[in-house]
Design a protein around this ligand. Structure first.
Ligand SMILES: [Zn+2]
Ligand SMILES: [Zn+2]
Length: 664
């Protein structure tokens, strides 16, 4: 830790101190969370030597002869065509590791002596008129710190704008931070940056080893790396002079760390930009209500990009009423007929279902027993391919019983549907068609996801079945039909953010359809629901996410909820519910004696968490709600000191979550 300190610029430590104070988290843990493990453990701050990759004559010939669909080889070789690529040892280089290995084996690429500085620019594609207009608007921001919300529909070409802004920052000799929500998106995006800027680009995410991350971290500090593309924790990289910060898919909840040091990477990224007098850009097709509110109030510049590159409007979404059309294994006849039609016309279909496993419940037909998790107030999900019942809340697994444990009956039925079941049903209905399920568990590790995505782009996969991971950022040029198996979970949720998230999810999923190439068939989006008359669902489909967001903002203002109010959540979990409640009541009483409590800061609870028992522990919470941020943050430090002194505090687990995004 001691020798790491001089490596980090002063504003890095300032950021951490601010974050520790804002999130009321111990400084030591904040610093530990921000440092790569080798530095945290006090190992000397020496990065491994960089490798220098150079294109050979054979590589130049290969580049000219490669088929167009070998786009990853193209990306690598064309980046090297203009300049050498410097890769810190062990660093992922932004290019696919397998592609790089093969290029070395074929002697298209060799390791050379390092020495060349930043690569010159690769050729950038021409901008559409809409992109140019948006870029002009972004570049019109005053010098120094500024925040722009870039609201661009899916397929509108936001990434090219990030690249242009990055070029501008690099020309000014400054560094660039690009945050992305998912590990799965880092290789794609870093490849595009590496293709443009060569050696100056590195990535940073939890899929890399600690040593690789350490190298990237040190390379940023030493300015060997000018552009860092990474997930959440990349916000802590020790930039010497940051000129541009981009938060892509800024609405994504994975920017919020949900345990330990519970920071929000988007908010810290903006703070970082402010400290460095950098330009910040928040990009999304479906901005978070927090960001929209700031854009409306004029605090952020609002730049819109409403046209897709293809010039085609996103396809309109249609509802299928599940009350009229009964579903079998989650699929109705109108949806199946549409799949048939699109397959016949040579299109690709994506079926979105927000539930993993085969069926969410195993039910006894005789006595109505349902498989409970022994450690949670939750049912277990049947994963048939693995032959297991799995709890999605605590991870508990068991072999499904053959007979009902309650009445001994033999008729145990899977009830409801998950992605596995929909996949099975589609295989049966469309034999000979290739169906692939995108499952985070199945595709974890190595480049399995990237390989499958390549096969989708090469049109080898005809039907895609997937959960959340398919809604994010991926381009599927031949996709012509998107079917949402069930939109209803969110319509009945108690979570005040459920409708915002549903609006974002449906818009993002629908945006996968008919994106770039000429689809063989007009693209379609079909959504199955039991609530076709739900006014907010209709508003979303009729007038778009922006109209829904307006209405939700008005509701939040009325209820004093974010972004119109500010929250902090004190959570407790214990072996017995009474312990958790006694602790939270004591904490509440302490708060009530402090200035502002009960008036400017409202205390709600304590109340049991929506899922009272999870992983064998009982959970309860106390919510603090304030119309203004200042009184809440005035109250927190003194209150926490007092809570820490409570004898009860040592007997259970508790935590404070400032700006929680989930109230449980
Ligand atoms: Zn039974
Ligand atoms: Zn469980």
């Amino acid at each position: 830790m001691l020798d790491a300190a001089p490596l980090a610029p002063p504003d890095w430590l300032k950021l951490l101190l601010w974050a520790a104070d804002y999130y009321q988290h111990p400084v030591g843990e904040v610093v530990a969370a921000a440092l790569p493990a080798p530095l945290r453990e006090g190992r000397p701050a020496i990065g491994r030597q960089a490798r220098c990759l150079r294109l050979t004559e054979a590589g130049r010939r290969a580049l000219a002869e490669l088929p167009a669909r070998a786009h990853r080889q193209h990306a690598l070789l064309s980046a090297l065509a203009t300049a050498d690529l410097q890769v810190p040892a062990g660093e992922a280089s932004g290019f696919d590791a397998g592609v790089l290995r093969r290029a070395l084996e074929q002697a298209w690429v060799v390791e050379a002596d390092p020495g060349s500085p930043i690569a010159p620019m690769n050729k950038a594609p021409a901008l559409t008129a809409a992109q140019q207009e948006a870029l002009d608007a972004l570049q019109a921001a005053p010098a120094g710190f500024s925040v722009s919300l870039l609201e661009g529909v899916t397929g509108s070409g936001k990434t090219e704008l990030y690249l242009r802004l990055a070029e501008q920052a690099l020309r000014a000799g400054r560094q660039v931070l690009i945050l992305v929500p998912e590990i799965g998106l880092t290789p794609q995006l870093s490849a595009r940056f590496a293709e443009r800027f060569g050696a100056a680009v590195a990535s940073f995410h939890s899929g890399m080893t600690e040593v690789e991350r350490n190298d990237a971290w040190l390379a940023v500090a030493a300015r060997r790396v000018q552009v860092l593309v990474g997930t959440r924790s990349a916000v802590f990289a020790p930039f010497a002079d940051l000129g541009l910060v981009v938060v892509d898919e800024e609405h994504d909840t994975s920017y919020k760390q949900q345990e330990g040091f519970r920071y929000h990477a988007r908010d810290l990224a903006l703070l970082r930009a402010k400290d460095c007098a950098a330009m910040a850009v928040l990009g999304s097709a479906t901005p978070a209500l927090e960001s929209l509110a700031h854009a409306r109030s004029g605090r952020y510049r609002h730049v819109r990009l409403e046209q897709r590159i293809s010039g085609r409007a996103p396809p309109p979404a249609q509802l299928i009423d599940l009350n009229v059309h009964p579903a079998r294994h989650g699929l109705t006849e109108p949806l199946l007929a549409a799949i048939e039609r699109h397959l016949h016309a040579g299109g690709q279909c994506l079926l979105f279902i927000n539930r993993r496993g085969y069926a969410p419940t195993l039910l006894c037909e005789v006595c109505h027993w349902v498989a409970p998790c022994p450690r949670c107030d939750a049912r277990m999900t049947l994963h048939r391919a693995r032959g297991r019942l799995v709890c999605h809340h605590c991870g508990h697994e068991e072999v499904p019983p053959r007979a009902c444990p309650s009445c001994g009956g033999q008729r145990l039925l899977p009830v409801g549907e998950g992605a596995e079941r929909v996949e099975d049903a589609l295989r049966n209905r469309f034999p000979g068609r290739r169906v692939e399920r995108f499952d985070a568990e199945r595709l974890r590790g190595g480049d399995k996801l990237e390989r499958l995505l390549d096969e989708v782009r090469a049109r080898k996969v005809e039907i895609l079945v997937g959960t959340q991971m398919l809604a994010k950022g991926h381009d599927f040029p031949a996709l012509s039909l998107v079917g949402v198996v069930n939109a209803d979970q969110a319509l009945f949720s108690a979570d005040f953010r459920a409708m915002e998230r549903l609006g974002q999810l449906l818009t993002q999923v629908a945006g996968r359809a008919g994106r770039i190439e000429q689809a063989p068939h007009p693209a379609e989006v079909l959504i199955q629901t039991r609530e076709p008359q739900n006014p907010q669902l209709r508003l979303l489909l009729g007038s778009g996410y922006g109209a829904l967001a307006e209405q939700l903002l008005a509701e939040r203002a009325e209820a004093g909820l974010p972004p119109s109010g500010h929250l902090a959540l004190l959570r407790a979990e214990a072996a017995h519910m009474t312990e958790a409640q006694v602790f939270l009541r004591a904490a509440r009483d302490l708060a009530l004696a402090l200035p502002g409590a009960g008036s400017e800061v409202q205390l709600l609870g304590p109340a049991p968490a929506p899922m009272e028992r999870r992983d064998g522990r009982y959970r309860a919470q106390l919510l603090l709600q304030a119309g203004k941020r200042a009184p809440l943050h005035r109250l927190l430090p003194g209150w926490l000191d007092q809570i820490e002194a409570l004898p009860e505090a040592r007997r259970l687990r508790w935590s404070l979550d400032v700006d929680p995004i989930d109230l449980f």
